[in-house]
Design a protein around this ligand. Structure first.
Ligand code: NCD
Length: 306
């Protein structure tokens, strides 16, 4: 197939292509029924080798809302992976059944291996601590919708910046826009990886690394909170020590701008107190809604459907 395209990394699409994708997501938001049959007869496979609620259900809902159907597995122990089948073989099999595949895997690069063997578009739905491009598309669409543009703001990313793939993907994607300043807020042990700060230095993009959230709060236009990624820790003791490091509550919010939006890829554990949920600046549930529109737009785009 000549025009076969995958989504492994947000950078796989140019900034212009992303604009077109976000415009399409906007159209879908305005006229959901108008898209209800665009994928009639198409099948989405969701191959999830790692737990997920939002991402898998969001992909499945996206396909169902487009009129298509879904199949797949939510637990690798129920698939032939448990018998030792490689992702390369699994995707060849899936290619015979489905039109498009969303894959989540605990190993960095596994969806990329699948894409290289696939005859249908493969979407990386999260690979280990590496990338999570469709969460990033969700985040970008949310920022664009709330703030009106994808440039000229200060974003604080807070929590587990070491293992959080949504953070890595988002920084990567935002590094292509003008006037963005990053503030990384984390304990020493969970700092953003060196390869990312190195990339920012090379591109002359301003960033700061701090430990205390309150200190930088007044500067932020967006605060991107994250969960401490329990499953990626090597020992329980470190996790227990770090899990309560940041808890966003009303007291901390008192330092924030009146129009600072709070984002979170979810699931939340305890890093945002539920007392914040009714604050008009809390945008994390809106974000989930944008995730649906953008995944619908992505499925249409990768399938080449107008
Ligand atoms: C994130 C993920 O899986 O990386 N969740 C999501 O897909 N929205 C974040 C997380 O698990 O903390």
């Amino acid at each position: 197939m000549n025009n076969l395209r995958h989504m492994m990394n947000p950078l796989d699409f140019s900034v212009e292509e992303l604009e077109t994708l976000f415009d399409l997501a906007g159209e879908i938001e305005r006229d959901m029924p108008g898209y209800a049959h665009k994928c009639d007869g198409k099948i989405l496979a969701t191959c999830f080798y790692e737990p997920s609620t939002r991402t898998r259900l969001s992909f499945e809902t996206a396909m169902l809302r487009l009129g298509g159907k879904c199949m797949g597995f939510a637990d690798a122990s129920n698939s032939s992976a448990a018998k030792g089948e490689s992702v390369a073989d699994t995707i060849r099999v899936i290619s015979c059944f489905a039109d498009i595949c969303a894959m989540r895997h605990p190993k960095e690069g596994a969806p990329m291996v699948a894409a290289s063997r696939s005859s249908i578009p493969v979407i990386n739905a999260g690979d280990g601590g590496h990338q999570h491009p469709t969460q990033t598309l969700t985040d970008l669409l949310t920022i664009r919708s709330l703030y009106g543009k994808l440039s000229d703001f200060t974003i604080g990313l807070c929590g587990d910046l070491k293992f959080g793939r949504t953070v890595h993907s988002l920084i990567n994607a935002l590094s292509r826009y003008e006037g963005i300043r990053f503030i990384f807020i984390s304990p020493k042990e969970l700092k953003v990886p060196d390869y990312i700060t190195e990339m920012l230095r090379q591109k002359n993009i301003p960033y700061e690394e701090v430990i205390k959230l309150e200190e930088v709060m007044p500067q932020l236009d967006f605060l991107y909170m994250t969960r401490v990624q329990k499953e990626r820790f090597f020992n329980e003791e470190d996790y227990i020590r770090l899990r309560n490091f940041y808890i966003l509550d009303k007291e901390k919010m008192a330092f924030a701008k009146e129009k600072m939006y709070i984002l979170h890829p979810l699931p939340r554990v305890n890093e945002i107190s539920v007392e914040i949920d009714d604050d008009p600046r809390a945008a994390y549930f809106k974000q989930v809604q944008y995730g649906l529109y953008v995944r619908m737009a992505l499925i249409l785009t990768l399938l080449g459907i107008e």
